[in-house]
Design a binder for this molecule. Structure first.
Ligand code: ZN
Length: 329
């Protein structure tokens, strides 16, 4: 009887998971091309945190969320925050920690104003959250560079933002009311110290966050790897995260060969580290470094959009399963 029940349960679970493709529709490759093309265009001047161009990237994301019917999580989509550093502090080293900021504000200091963009879909249980995030800021420009002076940041991280926008669009269009509230977070200030995600975490009840998915650079193929290569970091002890991904590849014929890496509270890489610090189980998709990493040559025409599409599709179902109490307590 017990076996029979668990077999039936297994059937029900796999049926409902693999019906997801129909529920969600598809990740639109043209939309990915359009998002990366705009965000990584020279007009955005490298989307440096705290500049008017970083602000333009935030405005673009807001306009997309509004169009999709994804609501702002706070009063406004744009969530302002500030980082501080001592007047003589190390260049590029900014602080958002409330205690450090208080100590600093007694002396001559600098302030940088930024905005996260945060939307959400309300769950049946509004006391539990899953979050999916990507940073939209990049390195800006450098007048002393000879030749191309703009760090376009197509892979880093217009690619992640584009995937996240497509997932948000699909969730809103599906009309699904998830068990847990889903937050779509577009982080500012990542390149100068994970500032956006850290500012968010400081003001959020992080014990209510049951899972976090991160995108940072998901559009390229590194050095001598094949084009199916993607690093799939997942929190050690959460073997279901690996099993889920293996299932999608088989079921949907995705052109991905993940390098599965079980990690324990990974404190490096990107905004994933902020969540690991609070003990939130994390999945992080990353297609690895390449010769254009943090170079002005990180351009949109070098992105593999089919690969991005397969990664975004996997992450969308992972997000749904993380949000569902049937699959993930
Ligand atoms: Zn990045």
């Amino acid at each position: 009887m017990k076996h029979c029940l668990s077999f039936l349960l297994m059937l029900a679970v796999s049926a409902s998971v693999f019906a997801q493709k129909r529920i969600f529709g598809d990740i639109n490759t043209d939309a990915l091309v359009a998002h990366v093309g705009f965000l990584a265009s020279d007009n955005l001047m490298g989307r440096k945190a705290g500049t008017v161009h970083g602000g333009a990237a935030a405005d673009y994301i807001v306009s997309c969320l509004r169009q999709y019917g994804v609501k702002p999580f706070y009063d406004d989509y744009r969530c302002p925050f500030s980082a501080y550093r001592n007047e003589r502090g190390k260049a590029g080293y900014w602080e958002v920690n409330a205690d450090s900021v208080r100590a600093m504000s007694a002396r001559c200091h600098r302030r940088l104003d930024m905005n996260n963009v945060i939307g959400y879909i309300e769950g049946k249980d509004t006391a539990e959250y899953v979050i999916i995030g990507a940073h939209f800021d990049h390195l800006g420009t450098d007048e002393t560079l000879v030749g191309d002076k703009i760090y376009n940041g197509a892979d880093d991280n217009a690619s992640g933002v584009a995937a996240l926008l497509e997932i948000a669009r699909n969730f809103a269009a599906s009309g699904i009311k998830p068990d847990r509230t889903i937050i779509f977070a577009f982080w500012d200030g990542e390149e100068i110290g994970l500032l956006g995600s850290r500012a968010f975490a400081q003001n959020f009840e992080m014990s209510k966050v049951k899972g976090y998915i991160n995108f940072d650079m998901i559009g390229r193929t590194t050095y001598n790897k094949t084009r199916e290569h993607v690093v799939y970091f997942y929190e050690k002890g959460y073997e279901q995260f690996r099993k889920w991904q293996e299932e999608y590849i088989k079921e949907y014929g995705l052109e991905l060969k993940p390098d599965y890496r079980a990690v324990s509270r990974l404190k490096s890489g990107g905004d994933n580290a902020t969540f690991a610090l609070y003990g939130v189980p994390v999945i992080w998709y990353h297609t690895d470094g390449h010769p254009d990493y943090h170079q002005p040559s990180d351009h949109a025409d070098k992105i593999d959009y089919q690969k991005m599409k397969d990664i975004a599709f996997s992450a969308m179902i992972n997000l749904y399963r993380m949000s569902s109490k049937d699959f993930f307590e």
